[in-house]
Design a protein around this ligand. Structure first.
Ligand SMILES: *Cc1c(COP(=O)(O)O)cnc(C)c1O
Length: 363
């Protein structure tokens, strides 16, 4: 039975990626070996990780100005590791409190350095990107931290802050989804399970000049970016199968024909879904128009009863993974790169059929 999976993450992958990954798990390229039972230092695996790194660079059009690392611990680990490596004792970071993932990063960074939160949209339950009244950064600011897409609240930066320090960005839920003004970014990290693979691996891009100053802090080797750069992400036994799956997803991503093309496909899916939410009398959007995420579409039913009914109706139609996060409620359709337009149309059609069948209840 085909399921239409709108899960926020781990999220659906292209069918071809799942098929190739399962083949590789059993017999990698007719070697008689599983890709999961070979050394992370073997030539076979070195080719895999090198191709994955090269593809990230190729898709973003970057050369050697960034080091690309593959690290365990998820984006959550990077929320602590980035300030540990980049911010000296007397320095601080600046950020905006945009939602759940910004809050987690603020808490993590506060254990390491001072964090200046310039603005928050807490008062409106994070339905928008806050606009600070004052963009003046303290002279001790090392970097400006952004969550490019708040996965839980469904809001996204469509324009990145222009500030006089580098941006450090958690792009877990919109990595490889659109072209970027790369010159603004010192560090970008993204765990794989939303847009380019399975849980267990995080891709970290570090612009080389970010590490030229020595931070006077004891950084355990395993948390030190320099260690991983020096060892080409092989300091420890890296999660080999997740990296292989990311390679397959990256090849698929490259075959989509570039970030501009991917972005316009994604935008079209989001436009159609929001069009339905905006006009269907049983549903209403959560995020303000100008900050709506292209990846996670959050919406509510007009009453708790409607929400319960539509949840059941969706399940009957094999639509899964659309429950909103408890702090937001309602529904969230996560439509990352791998989500085909046809599947978004299945959800839209279900919303239309639901409205027709329930018309009497609100007329
Ligand atoms: C899912 C998500 C995370 C959490 O990633 P982990 O790999 O679980 O640490 C962090 N940030 C954003 C924006 C996310 O969407």
């Amino acid at each position: 039975m085909k399921k239409y999976n709108f899960s926020p993450g781990p999220a659906m992958l292209p069918q071809i990626v799942l098929e190739e990954a399962s083949q590789g798990l059993i017999d990698y390229n007719n070697t008689g070996l599983s890709v999961a039972e070979i050394s992370h230092r073997s030539p076979i695996f070195l080719n895999i990780i090198e191709e994955a790194t090269a593809l990230v660079k190729e898709i973003y059009g970057i050369k050697d100005e960034y080091d690309v690392l593959w690290l365990p611990g998820g984006a959550s680990a990077q929320m602590a590791i980035a300030p540990m490596n980049l911010v000296d004792k007397r320095q601080s970071i600046a950020t905006l409190e945009t939602g759940f993932w910004a809050k987690r990063a603020i808490t993590a960074a506060e254990q390491i350095c001072r964090v200046n939160v310039l603005a928050t949209s807490k008062e409106t339950n994070f339905d928008r990107i806050p606009h600070p009244k004052n963009w003046k950064l303290s002279s001790s600011t090392r970097y400006f931290y952004v969550v490019s897409n708040e996965t839980i609240e469904g809001i996204q930066f469509h324009q990145f802050p222009s500030v006089n320090v580098p941006l450090v960005a958690d792009m877990t839920s919109d990595f490889l989804s659109r072209p970027l003004p790369l010159e603004k970014f010192g560090v970008i990290f993204a765990s794989a399970q939303k847009n380019f693979g399975i849980a267990g691996i995080t891709c970290v891009l570090i612009r080389k000049d970010m590490l030229t100053n020595t931070v006077r802090r004891m950084i355990p080797n395993i948390f030190n970016y320099r260690t991983h750069i020096e060892h080409h992400s092989l300091f420890h036994t890296c999660p080999t199968f997740p990296i292989y799956t990311s390679l397959l997803a990256l090849r698929w991503t490259k075959n989509q024909g570039g970030l501009d093309k991917i972005h316009s496909q994604n935008s079209e899916k989001t436009r159609l879904l929001y069009e339905e939410i905006d006009q269907n009398p049983f549903f209403k959007p959560i995020a303000v128009k100008e900050d709506r995420s292209v990846m996670n579409v959050c919406f509510r039913g007009i009453s708790p009863a409607t929400e319960a009914q539509f949840m059941t109706f969706a399940e009957q139609n094999n639509i899964v993974g659309i429950a909103g996060y408890p702090t937001v409620g309602g529904f969230r359709a996560s439509i990352y790169n791998a989500m085909p337009l046809e599947n978004v149309n299945v959800l839209i059609n279900a919303m239309q059929t639901f409205a027709t069948e329930n018309e009497h209840s609100i007329s």
